[in-house]
Design a protein around this ligand. Structure first.
Ligand SMILES: NC(=O)c1ccc[n+]([C@@H]2O[C@H](COP(=O)([O-])OP(=O)(O)OC[C@H]3O[C@@H](n4cnc5c(N)ncnc54)[C@H](OP(=O)(O)O)[C@@H]3O)[C@@H](O)[C@H]2O)c1
Length: 343
């Protein structure tokens, strides 16, 4: 699936890249917290890509980030947009993704946006409209499909199939998240579904297609965000059973079932490194494919390749998949009666 660049209806190679140096992609980062650090560490493992500029609300951590990882700490978001970068990585909390993404796309930048791309489908539609209007690449930074193990699993199942996957079961619940973590923040649109569940939604739509019906049980916590949800969903090609939470502890594996066998992607399946395929005829295949660079480097390398190829959408993480994932969280939050500010 990852070698399908040519299968994507693309755009023209962006003018500002086609002329001078088409190889080195100059990156900017907005938000210099935990995941931005991991992105910057990963960038060192990506060929022909460099951290050029960054901005965060507080000047001091931004300056420390630049001192550690390189690049110029800009004085404002507008200065970051005008700093000569080709692509922006959005690493702020999810309530602000929509505004930063639209502003960057309208400024002519390609945008790799942390998960969840936005907090609801309506916001994502606005971002995608901006991307189409600006003819710039937009991709949600959904890391699992870019990991070597996930790609090896896809390749193995293509060569030695177990049949069409008909059930996806996956879950992750983390009861050891500190109470001041943004996951518990209503203001920043935290909650288990948007912070953790979005990975499970990815796995479900990646193997089973668009959701047709989502049934949800769950509960809200004292800060008003969802702290546990269990979803049973009908998709175009099967059923998914997913859970996510912040009050029970179980960092799970993932299970893919077909008529000819099943796959276990071992924990933590969203940073996949090991899988077991058990065929109905008794054969067992173990896949052990470690990742390097922290893992975000694979999606970043893919994104750089798309820019060089003049593509406006990833074949691995297309816009439709992001819309299907966020539609599942919209449906689940609606069932739990959870609305964020402005919804
Ligand atoms: N892909 C993954 O593996 C992964 C893992 C964890 C998180 N994430 C996602 O990454 C995003 C960031 O999470 P995190 O754990 O890195 O959070 P974090 O450590 O709290 O960092 C967030 C950063 O964004 C800045 N920020 C927050 N809201 C902002 C706004 N409205 N305008 C400008 N800057 C703002 C913060 O600045 P201040 O210091 O000024 O508050 C901070 O620098 C979230 O969407 C999360 O879901 C992805």
């Amino acid at each position: 699936m990852n070698n399908a660049l040519e299968a994507v209806p693309g755009g023209d190679a962006p003018e500002h890249l086609s002329s001078v140096n088409p190889t080195v992609i100059r990156w900017g980062i907005v938000g210099t917290g935990r995941i931005a650090r991991r992105f910057a560490q990963g960038l060192a493992h990506v060929e022909a890509a460099q951290l050029t500029a960054l901005w965060s609300r507080r000047a001091e951590p931004a300056a420390a980030f630049a001192a550690e990882f390189g690049g110029t700490a800009c004085a404002s978001f507008d200065a970051l947009l005008a700093s000569g970068i080709d692509a922006l990585y959005i690493a702020t909390l999810q309530d602000s993704h929509v505004d930063y993404a639209i502003a960057a796309l309208e400024a002519g930048l390609h945008v790799l946006c942390e998960k969840p791309a936005t907090i609801n489908a309506a916001q994502l539609e606005r971002v995608l409209t901006a991307a189409r209007g600006a003819r710039r690449l937009f991709m949600e930074a959904m890391k699992p499909p870019f990991y070597p193990l996930y790609r090896a699993l896809r390749a193995h199942l293509a060569d030695d199939p177990i049949g069409e996957i008909g059930l996806v079961r996956a879950g992750c619940s983390a009861a050891n998240v500190p109470p001041d973590h943004p996951s518990f923040s209503f203001e920043h649109a935290g909650g288990a579904l948007l912070d953790i569940g979005i990975y499970e939604m990815f796995l479900a739509v990646d193997w089973l297609g668009a959701p047709l019906e989502v049934q949800t049980l769950g509960r809200l916590g004292p800060t008003g965000v969802d702290i546990f949800a269990s979803l049973n969903s009908q998709h175009e090609r099967g059923i998914s059973q997913l859970f996510c939470g912040l009050d029970l502890h179980g960092k799970g594996d993932a299970l893919l079932l077909a008529a000819g066998g099943h796959v276990t992607i071992h924990e933590n399946w969203w940073n996949p490194a090991r899988a077991t395929i058990r065929y109905a005829d008794g054969r067992v295949v173990e896949l052990d494919v470690p990742f390097e660079g922290g893992g975000l480097n694979y999606e970043t390398a893919h994104f750089c390749e798309l820019i060089r190829a003049g593509q406006l959408e990833s074949p691995v993480m297309p816009h439709a998949k992001s819309l299907q994932m966020i539609a599942m969280t919209d449906a689940a939050r609606s069932a739990l009666g959870l609305r964020f500010a402005g919804e």
